[in-house]
Design a protein. Structure first.
Ligand code: NAG
Ligand code: NAG
Ligand code: NAG
Ligand code: NAG
Ligand code: NAG
Ligand code: NAG
Ligand code: NAG
Ligand code: NAG
Ligand code: NAG
Ligand code: NAG
Length: 498
C-alpha cells in the first residue's frame, strides 16, 4: 500500500508515520545449516571466490566506502559476506543499502525511502559473481545501478534460496530467473515511486518461467509492469507453497475469473492494490477462497467493472477467519455493510472507504460479544453512505486508534463516552450530519492528535474545557458548524497545533 492510495490527509498521515516510525531491521535466517563439524573447523575464504568478489568490487563505484572492509585474504570476514564454516564457500552476500527507512503502521509496512548518509553502491554488476556457485542468499536491494536490467547470469546461481533485488533494476525481467530452482524468496518490488517517473519500471513479459521455481514462498513484483503477461494468473496459480504475493500497481491484465489457484490454503499476504482485474460483475473466484490470508489488500481492484458496482464479497470474510488487515477501498461496492465482520477475531485494520456502502455502523460492529472489539485498531469507512447514529457499541472498541467516518450521513450527537476509547489518536467525523454540542469530555482525550468535526450541524459553545487535556493535539478542524468559540484568553493551551 502506498501513500498515493491513502485518503488520510497528508498532515495526519505524516504524523501517524512519525508515531509508528520503526527502524526495526528485518532479521532473516541465514539459511546456513548448523553443523557439528563447524565447531572444529574454521575454513577460510576460497581463493577463486575471493578473486570473484574483488572483480565484482572493481565493477562497483563505492563512493560511500561501504566495502572498505573488503581487503585482505579472508573474504569470509568482509562486511556483508558470510561463508560456510565447514567449506569456506561464500553462502551469503548481503549488500542491502544500509539507509532504507521503513514506515510502519502497527505491523504493516506503509512505505520506505532511502535515508541520508553513506547509502548506495553504483556502477555495474560484474558477471564474476556467477563464480559464487554456493551462494544461497543475495540481497542488493536499494543500491543504484542506474536502473540497468537484471543481469541474465544471475539465473546461473542455482543454489539461491533468497534473491532481493528490490528497487534496483528497471528494463526487462529475464526468464533466466526461472533456472533458480531452489528459490523461495524473490523480491523485485520497485517501491521507489520515482523510478517509474525517471525511467519506467521493470517489465515482465511473461511469467511462464515461474514454473521453474516450485518452492517459491515469497514473490513480490509490485511496482513493475506485468501488463503484457496475459497468463500471469495461470503461471502464479501453480505455486503451491506461495505465502506472500505482492502485485500492487502492476497493471495486471484481466484474468480468467473462474481459475482455481494452488496456493489458496497457503497464501498469507496478498496485495493487488491498484490493478483492475475483474470482468463483468463477478469477483474472481480465487480471491473469495483464500483460507489462510491475514493481509488482504484489494483496494481499487474491482473499480472498473463494466456494470459498475459489486456488493461486499461476504465470502471473503466467511471463508477466512484469519484476516488481520482488510483493504477494499475504492471498489464501487454497493449495498449494506456486511453483518459478519464481528466474526473476525484477528482483524486490526478495516478499510472500506471510498465505496457506496449503506447501513449503520452499529449493525456491522454492534455485537457486544464480538472479539473484534478487542482487536480493531484502524477503522476507515470514509466516503460511503453510512447512516444512523454513533451508538453505544463503539464504546467497547477500546483499542481503536483511528476512526475515519467523514463523508457519510451519520446523524445525532457526538457520544460523550469517546474518552473511554483511550487509544484513539485520530478521529475524523467531518462532512456528516452530526447535531448537538461537542461534549466537554472530548477534552480528556490526551492521546488524540488529529480531530476533525467540520461540516456538520453542531451547535453550542466551545470553551477551554473542551481543549483542556488534549495534550497531543496537532490538528483541529471544527469549521463549518454553528459553533461559538469562547476561550478564556488567560488559559495557556497544552497542545501545539500545526
Ligand atoms: C575458530 O574461530 C573461533 C572464533 O574466531 C575460535 O574461537 C576458535 O578457536 C577457532 N577454531 C579453530 C579450530 O581454529
Ligand atoms: C560516510 O563515510 C565516511 C567514511 O567512510 C565518513 O567520513 C562520513 O562521515 C560518512 N558520511 C555519513 C553522512 O555518514
Ligand atoms: C528486500 O529488501 C527490502 C529492503 O531493502 C526489504 O524491505 C524487503 O522486506 C526484502 N524482501 C524480502 C523478501 O526479504
Ligand atoms: C544513481 O547513479 C547515477 C549514475 O551514477 C546518478 O546519476 C544518479 O543521480 C544516482 N541516483 C541516486 C538516487 O542516487
Ligand atoms: C536458463 O534459462 C534460460 C531461459 O529460460 C535458458 O535459455 C538457459 O539455457 C538456462 N540456463 C541454464 C544454465 O540452465
Ligand atoms: C495445481 O493444481 C492443478 C489443478 O488443480 C494440478 O493439476 C497441478 O498438479 C497443481 N500443481 C502443483 C504444482 O501443485
Ligand atoms: C474453494 O476451494 C475449494 C478447495 O480448497 C474448492 O473445492 C472450491 O470449489 C473453491 N470454491 C470457490 C468458490 O472457488
Ligand atoms: C455469517 O457467517 C455464518 C457462519 O460463519 C454464515 O453461516 C452466514 O451465512 C454468514 N452470513 C452472511 C450474511 O454472510
Ligand atoms: C443532512 O441532512 C439534510 C437534511 O435532512 C440532507 O438534505 C443532507 O443530505 C444530509 N447530509 C448528509 C451528508 O447526509
Ligand atoms: C485534566 O487532567 C487532569 C489530570 O489528569 C485532571 O485533574 C483534570 O480534571 C482534567 N481536566 C479536564 C477538564 O478533564
Amino acid at each position: 500500500m502506498r501513500w498515493a492510495h491513502n485518503t488520510i490527509p497528508m498532515a495526519s498521515s505524516r504524523t501517524a508515520s512519525m508515531i509508528f516510525l520503526s527502524f526495526a531491521l528485518l532479521v532473516f535466517s541465514t539459511f546456513e545449516r548448523a553443523s557439528c563439524a563447524a565447531a572444529f573447523t574454521n575454513a577460510t575464504c576460497i581463493e577463486r571466490e575471493r578473486e570473484a568478489l574483488l572483480e565484482f568490487k572493481r565493477g562497483l563505484v563505492d563512493k560511500s566506502n561501504l566495502l572498505s572492509s573488503w581487503v585482505g585474504d579472508d573474504c569470509c570476514s568482509w562486511k556483508g559476506v558470510r561463508c560456510s564454516k565447514l567449506t569456506g564457500r561464500v553462502l551469503k552476500l548481503d549488500l542491502r543499502s544500509p539507509c532504507v527507512v521503513p514506515f510502519y503502521f502497527g505491523d504493516v509496512l506503509l512505505d520506505q525511502f532511502l535515508g541520508h548518509g553513506n547509502c548506495t553502491l553504483t556502477g555495474h554488476i560484474h558477471p564474476s559473481l556467477a563464480e559464487l556457485q554456493h551462494l544461497n542468499y543475495l540481497d542488493l536491494s536499494w543500491n543504484n545501478f542506474s536502473y540497468a536490467e537484471i543481469p541474465e547470469f544471475l539465473g546461473s546461481l542455482s543454489n539461491l534460496v533468497y534473491l532481493n533485488l528490490s528497487n534496483v533494476f528497471a528494463g526487462k525481467v529475464p526468464c533466466h530467473l526461472g533456472n533458480l530452482s531452489n528459490l523461495q524468496y524473490l523480491d523485485l518490488n520497485n517501491f521507489r515511486d520515482f523510478i517509474q517517473y525517471v525511467s519506467g519500471y521493470a517489465t515482465v513479459n511473461n511469467l511462464e518461467w515461474l514454473s521453474g521455481l516450485p518452492s517459491l514462498k515469497h514473490l513480490d513484483l509490485s511496482g513493475n509492469s506485468v501488463r503484457n503477461a496475459q497468463q500471469w494468473l495461470q503461471s502464479i496459480s501453480m505455486l503451491s507453497s506461495l505465502q506472500f504475493l505482492g502485485l500492487a500497481d502492476c497493471s495486471l491484465p484481466i484474468s480468467d475469473s473462474t481459475l482455481q489457484v494452488n496456493f489458496s490454503t497457503s497464501l498469507e499476504f496478498l496485495d493487488l492494490c491498484g490493478n483492475n482485474i475483474g470482468i463483468g460483475s463477478t469477483i474472481p473466484n480465487w480471491l473469495l477462497n483464500l483460507s489462510s490470508t491475514t493481509h488482504l489488500d484489494l483496494s481499487g481492484v474491482f473499480s472498473n467493472f463494466d456494470g459498475g458496482a459489486v456488493s461486499f464479497p461476504t465470502e471473503i470474510i466467511n471463508n477466512n477467519k484469519q484476516l488481520a488487515f482488510l483493504d477494499l477501498r475504492y471498489n464501487s461496492m454497493r449495498g449494506e455493510l456486511p453483518k459478519n465482520l464481528s466474526n473476525l477475531c484477528h482483524l486490526f485494520a478495516l478499510k472500506l472507504g471510498g465505496n457506496d456502502l449503506t447501513g449503520g455502523i452499529s449493525a456491522a460492529l454492534g455485537n457486544p460479544f464480538s472479539c473484534l472489539q478487542n482487536t480493531l485498531r484502524y477503522l476507515d469507512l470514509q466516503g460511503n453512505k453510512i447512516s444512523g447514529r454513533l451508538g453505544d457499541e463503539i464504546r467497547h472498541f477500546k483499542n481503536l486508534e483511528y476512526i475515519g467516518l467523514s463523508g457519510n450521513s451519520i446523524e445525532g450527537p457526538i457520544p460523550v463516552y469517546l474518552p473511554q476509547l483511550s487509544s484513539l489518536k485520530e478521529l475524523d467525523l467531518g462532512y456528516n450530519n452530526l447535531t448537538g454540542g461537542i461534549p466537554e469530555s472530548i477534552g480528556q482525550m490526551s492521546n488524540l492528535f488529529y480531530l476533525v468535526l467540520s461540516n456538520n450541524l453542531l451547535k453550542g459553545v466551545v470553551t477551554e474545557l473542551h481543549l483542556a487535556n488534549l495534550t497531543s493535539l496537532t490538528w483541529l478542524d471544527i469549521s463549518s458548524n454553528e459553533l461559538a468559540v469562547k476561550i478564556n484568553p488567560k488559559v495557556v493551551p497544552h497542545f501545539n497545533l500545526i
